[in-house]
Design a protein around this ligand. Structure first.
Ligand code: HEM
Length: 507
């Protein structure tokens, strides 16, 4: 009879042996793609943690070693344990055009976020909410700009200090998160729900739970994932709670649709109406619409918050930009009022935001996809079925051949050109929302971010309100913005960093 210790030891040894055989089986299918760092069983495991902490250096190394080609890095964030990364115009273009039957973002998300375990039946669904964001939500931005601006102003009164003297806003990132979440939900679900503290807290928190839970599930032995992973996740109960907030509204809208047809008088122009308009019959349920409202919040809230936080850190650190941007705002608003049209004409601010996005980044890679079948690029690189692929966006955004002097912040990089004699001409090129193979903030192709127009309008409207109402600076008059933290492929702004505010005195 083996002792308990012997029995446990044999379970552990069998598990390691199984992982060892599995590792080489999975790797053998992508052996032709070079690895950054070690690709041995132990070396790759160590590197997957190093990639989690400092993925940027891996992507940069691969980008310069294998230009226009593919390389792979070990990662904790996919079920194969590998992330294949590509660069070069031709490969990016082929990924952009890859058919949905070959690879999708949704499948990459199912894998990275372990949604089959965490949100089970809602994991692999018809993604009509993407069409809703792309079309009716984006079209409504002009008509609902007044509401968006009003919510920014009202939320700022609560979350931003407004004394005559400098006052620190501790954890600026957290305060901005509340403003962004309220503003987004003014558009998504309207008043009064967009100001309900419990509803907002869930919308702010649930995405964080999803990310953290998925990381823990990736680290578990496969056999435990479905039961332990599911049991520990709070996401299901949060979804049920949001359903109680939305149920009466969704039912009332469905009733009115049934009674008066789809265009009844007084129908609110919000996410709930648009989702019901776009939902196939089998998806017109309270539960399904609730889940979509949560998915859109997940896509919209933390991304936009990171964007505006980085922009404000840069502005507070680089005081010399504040005056020209304020002048531009006054001039444009004098002609166009507080409208979406005005936001479109803020060229200097647009360039500043784009440069802030480029330098502070948010992701190290973009255009994540997982393959449903083998996919071969025209240069002969094959991505086998079931593997994850992405573009080396972080390295591309710092490539000196594309962005001269890439490590230097130049807020006018995208709104000025310099001739051979160094004379500068104002010329607006490449807005922040415009995509191309060298500007990958929004991903690529059919999965490219459909919410980018809303995100940029919201960020511009927030900057306009803040610069018109307050002076801002960093503690100690620092001229370098707070550094962010990298986790795997993402960069999170310093959540402890402060911004100082006072009632506007300067021009
Ligand atoms: C600064 C803010 C934002 C950033 C940086 C951002 C970035 C991205 C990126 C990189 C993707 C994946 C693209 C790809 O894989 O090719 C994406 C997808 C998506 N984003 Fe955004 N996003 C932002 C804000 C928003 C907002 C405000 C919304 C909604 C109103 C939104 C809705 C979506 C949706 C629905 C998708 C999925 C598209 C699909 O599956 O085809 N995003 N976003």
């Amino acid at each position: 009879m083996p002792t308990l210790t012997e029995a446990l030891a044999s379970v552990v040894i069998s598990y390691i042996l199984y992982k060892y055989i599995e590792f080489y089986r999975i790797r053998s299918k992508i052996d032709s793609i070079p690895t950054v760092g070690s690709d041995s069983f132990v070396g790759a495991y160590i590197n997957s943690w190093r990639y989690f902490i400092n993925g940027r250096s891996f992507v940069k190394e691969g980008y310069y070693k294998y230009p226009g080609a593919a390389f792979k890095v070990p990662t904790l964030g996919t079920s194969t344990g590998w992330q294949i990364i590509i660069s070069g115009k031709a490969m990016i273009d082929e990924l952009r055009k890859a058919p949905l039957e070959a690879m999708t973002l949704a499948e990459a998300n199912v894998d990275t976020l372990q949604t089959d375990i965490i949100i089970t039946k809602h994991s692999r669904v018809n993604e009509f909410q993407t069409d809703v964001v792309r079309t009716p939500l984006t079209r409504a931005l002009a008509g609902r700009f007044g509401d968006i601006r009003e919510e920014i102003i009202e939320a700022s009164k609560i979350y931003l200090p407004v004394g005559d003297d400098w006052e620190a806003l501790p954890r600026a990132h957290g305060a901005l998160l509340h403003i962004v979440c309220r503003t987004a939900n003014r558009l998504f679900v309207g008043l009064p729900l967009c100001r309900d503290p419990e509803y907002l807290k869930i919308q702010e928190d649930w995405t964080v739970h999803l990310f953290m839970d998925s990381l823990i599930i990736h680290a578990m032995p496969s056999i435990l994932k479905p039961v332990v992973g599911r049991a520990m996740s709070k996401v299901d109960s949060l979804m049920k709670r949001v359903q109680t907030f939305l149920e009466a509204t969704i039912l009332e809208r469905m009733e009115k649709d049934a009674k008066y047809g789809p265009d009844w008088e007084g129908k609110p122009a919000d996410l709930i109406s648009w989702l019901l308009d776009y939902a196939p019959p089998e998806n017109r349920t309270v539960e399904d619409i609730t889940v979509r409202v949560m998915f859109v919040n997940a896509a919209a809230v933390h991304t936009t918050t990171m964007g505006i936080t980085n922009v404000l850190f840069e502005l507070a650190a680089r005081q010399e930009y504040i005056k020209p941007i304020r002048e531009e705002i006054s001039e444009v608003v004098r002609t166009h009022g507080w409208t979406k049209e005005a936001m479109l004409r803020l060229h200097k601010l647009d360039s500043f935001i784009k440069e802030s996005f480029r330098l502070s980044g948010m992701g190290n890679t973009a255009g994540s996809r997982k393959t449903y079948k083998d996919f071969t690029f025209s240069n002969g690189v094959t991505i086998p079925k079931g593997y994850s692929i992405a573009i080396a966006s972080g390295a591309i955004h710092f490539d000196p051949a594309i962005y001269p002097d890439p490590d230097t912040f130049n807020g006018w990089r995208f709104c000025e050109t310099e001739d051979a004699d160094g004379a500068k001409t104002e010329q607006w090129r490449n807005q922040v929302v415009t995509m191309d193979p060298t500007w990958l903030m929004w991903g690529v192709g059919r999965h490219a971010c459909p919410g980018r127009f809303f995100a940029v309008n919201e960020i511009k409207a927030m900057v306009c309100h803040i610069l018109s109402t307050y002076d801002i600076k960093l503690p100690g008059d620092a001229t370098v913005p707070p550094a962010g933290t990298w986790f795997g492929n993402g960069r999170i702004p310093d959540s402890e960093a402060q911004i100082l505010f006072r009632k506007r005195r300067s021009e």
